[in-house]
Design a protein around this ligand. Structure first.
Ligand code: ZN
Length: 287
């Protein structure tokens, strides 16, 4: 097997659930805009696209039809072999019941991306809402991922979520080797500091792969530190609508291009989607 230790994966979260066109008019909203942004990001060096969907007015959507339309628009770019990651976050579905569990899982199970996000706990999301992940939901999602061979991107917003993931590995709900996404900086989660990143990294199991994203002013320090510590990167408009303080990002591709430059300046290489699949052990279910 080729040595992939000098390869760094760039993941791009195209639009998320919360940023608005008022925050940044360049935010992709429609299925076609999301697909175009995925394509642009892939050309700039991204090998994983993390997908949320929106209604035409920009509000967060959880409609299966909307996911289907968006994924089809991305797959219509035939030369783009980017790995797809459909969120299971549930956005604004409100108080979560078993019906809502199914609404969150259905797009992943039926559209067969290679990955899905796996938010390993519940927390206040900024001062807006609750990011709710009932143990019942996490068990269902974990079992579905094993059954359908879809890799969880274990999103960790604080150390408690990381300990939960390790417990779920012991219980057989998550399978090793795990892939962790350390998301730092949203109000309600851990702050995006170098010290916190070093601490979270110290708790990770030896055999895992990991990536990190800093939101807001921690964006750049977390990116540099992650490169130095051997992690992969996530950069995008979901996490940061600004390129620099007071300067709006022009596109996801612009943020990805900067991450790619930093990786190369560090003497490393940007992983292609095929290399990302090998590093993370992903199975491509749909061409
Ligand atoms: Zn997301």
């Amino acid at each position: 097997m080729a040595d992939l230790s000098n390869k760094r994966i760039i993941s791009v979260a195209i639009t998320g659930a919360w940023p608005t066109r008022e925050d940044n008019p360049n935010l992709p909203v429609t299925p076609q805009e999301i697909a175009d942004s995925v394509y642009e990001s892939w050309k700039a060096g991204a090998s994983i696209a993390h997908i949320h969907v929106r209604n035409d007015d920009g509000t967060p959507s959880t409609s299966f039809e909307r996911y289907k339309e968006t994924i089809e628009a991305i797959r219509a770019y035939k030369d783009c072999d980017i790995c797809l990651n459909i969120t299971s976050s549930g956005g604004t579905l409100g108080s979560f019941t078993e019906d809502v569990d199914e609404q969150r899982i259905k797009p992943v199970r039926e559209l067969m991306p290679e990955m899905t996000s796996y938010d390993c706990g519940t927390m206040n999301w900024q001062d807006r809402t609750i990011m709710e992940n009932h143990p019942r939901f996490l068990e269902k999602l974990g079992k579905m991922c094993i059954e359908y061979n879809i890799k969880p991107e274990i999103e960790v917003f604080d150390s408690g979520m990381l300990y939960t993931a390790l417990r779920y590995v012991k219980r057989g709900i998550l399978q090793e080797p795990c892939h962790f996404q350390l998301i730092m900086g949203p109000a309600g989660g851990t702050t995006a500091t170098v010290e916190n990143l070093v601490y979270l990294k110290s708790l990770l199991p030896e055999n895992c792969t990991w990536s990190a994203a800093g939101i807001g002013k921690g964006h750049i320090p977390i990116m540099y530190t992650t490169i130095a510590m051997g992690g992969h990167l996530r950069v995008d408009l979901e996490d940061n609508v600004y390129y620099h303080k007071g300067v709006l990002a022009e596109s996801n591709g612009q943020l990805v291009a900067r991450a790619a430059r930093l990786i190369e300046e560090a003497g490393l290489e940007v992983a292609t989607p095929a290399e990302a699949r090998e590093i993370l052990g992903l199975t491509r279910h749909v061409e």
